[in-house]
Design a protein around this ligand. Structure first.
Ligand SMILES: Nc1ncnc2c1ncn2[C@@H]1O[C@H](COP(=O)(O)OP(=O)(O)O)[C@@H](O)[C@H]1O
Ligand SMILES: [Mg+2]
Length: 250
């Protein structure tokens, strides 16, 4: 079943068409990769899906319901969570508190009477265990190295109890070993019942774990298919080779 469907999704920034008629279908339980050179419009697609930006044209359906134009907090409450290309932890809070804020937003927000703190803390620790950060629970979030800050981003997204998790360049700045662990984590996220769509500009990361890959170039979908179909597509190869030094599979 398709979880997320975009139809003719388009976003103009002044004279620049950053996203141009994108039709995207993300199936339930899949790991869907969105790749493309820098500036292809990948992050803008995520910003449109999550309500940070309003589309110039086009529709977005999530679980059969129209969501384009909804505010970000409404999109979260319907079951879509995201991470950011540039990590954004609450730097004054501990790792645990960062997750508590997210989980509390989902489970406490607007519900009136006081709720006991114990279950929230247990749940947050469970999530930290899941992403491999339990040992750092009481450390200040700002003190984490970048690889672990990316894990914290993922922990906060999961704490919102989403159906769909959008990861924007989760492998950026990670070592090879951290990338291997990240792949395992993404597979566990899907095994636990969530669907993942992730953006990368590096081909190699998505090739290993995605069932389906959509390739964007200058706002348009130029190819879609399995990793091997996409990797052998002449237009994809051209887009990457034509991207200039440091922009393709950097
Ligand atoms: N808020 C914005 N205002 C103006 N231009 C933007 C904005 N966000 C992105 N862009 C432009 O849209 C294009 C696509 O950007 P982006 O979606 O960030 O690409 P990607 O994530 O694929 O690298 C780029 O040319 C970028 O400069
Ligand atoms: Mg981006």
């Amino acid at each position: 079943m398709s979880l997320l469907v975009t139809e003719g999704l388009t976003k103009d920034f002044g004279g620049l068409r950053a996203v141009d008629g994108v039709n995207l279908v993300v199936g339930e339980g899949e790991i869907h990769g969105i790749i493309g050179p820098n500036g292809a419009g990948k992050t803008t697609v995520f910003n449109l899906i999550t309500g940070y930006l309003k589309p110039t044209r086009g529709k977005i359906h999530f679980r059969g319901r129209r969501i384009d134009g909804l505010e970000p907090h409404r999109v979260v409450s319907l079951g879509i969570a995201r991470t950011f290309q540039i990590v954004r932890p609450f730097t004054d809070l501990s790792v645990l508190q960062n997750v508590l804020v997210a989980w509390g937003h989902r489970n406490y927000y607007g519900l009136g009477p006081f709720k006991p703190f114990g279950p929230a803390k247990r749940k947050a620790l469970e999530i930290l265990e899941f992403v491999g950060l339990a040992e750092r629970a009481y450390v200040g979030a700002a003190a984490l190295p970048i690889g672990l800050q990316r894990r914290l981003e993922i922990a906060r997204a999961i704490a919102l109890e989403p159906k769909l998790v959008l990861l924007d360049e989760p492998a950026a700045g990670l070592t090879e070993e951290e990338i291997t662990r990240l792949k395992e984590l993404v597979l566990r996220i899907v095994a636990s019942g969530m669907t993942v769509a992730l953006v990368e500009h590096r081909m190699t990361f998505v090739m290993d774990i995605c069932q389906l890959i959509t390739v964007l170039d200058r706002g348009k979908v130029i190819a879609e298919g399995t990793p091997s179909q996409v990797a052998s597509d002449p237009e994809v190869i051209e887009a990457y080779l034509g991207a200039g030094e440091g922009e393709g599979d950097a």
